[in-house]
Design a protein around this ligand. Sequence first.
Ligand code: AMP
Length: 215
Amino acid sequence: MNIILLGPPGAGKGTQAHRLVAERGMVQLSTGDMLRAARTSGTEMGKQVAAVMDRGDLVTDEIVIGLIAEQLDSDAANNGFIFDGFPRTLGQADALGELLESKGQTLHAVVEMKVNDDALVSRITGRYTCGDCGAVYHDETRKPTVEGICDTCGGSEFKRRADDNEESLRTRLMNYYRDTSPLIGYYYAKGQLKRIDGLGEIDEVAARVSNALDA
Ligand code: AMP
């Protein structure tokens, strides 16, 4: 089963993707993670996208489609791929359809996670992740059980994203509504859209995602 998790920044796509990886053995393909990795390792492309990402703007379709194409070539996913943060434009959506088709694969579902804008701001500005395994935490709503130790892997290094501040969040939201939200209609028209309420406890949302996928 190949699926897209669609929703604004802070909707919980990464968190739910991690759950699906753990519970269903799916493979997560997050273009945001790939771009951050390119920055950390200092590649030419990483340097090229750094300022764009920090502002909260979208990097070019060409770059992200290239990253996804590369991963589809190198990763085997018997239990399917989760596209997280991709596609974000209609051009990317068309390209993904063509890439999957060229591999004899299909897209099974697009799960739209709906969260109101006020909740997004507090989710994003309080969030941090484990530097080792990427598990997601929040200053108020989801602290590690033992302070300073990751519940998932026991790691003790945590990090915050440079673009998780109010100013770039505003730009990211604007870009979401302008460039990405048309994908809701696009996948609805293809009969692939499943909409779920993204507000609530992580377990509750995970159950809604599962129900949507198994329906
Ligand atoms: P994310 O981790 O999905 O929030 O992505 C972080 C940043 O990476 C975004 O604000 C964009 O600058 C860039 N990015 C990630 N995925 C894409 C994409 N599919 N298209 C364009 N830019 C992207």
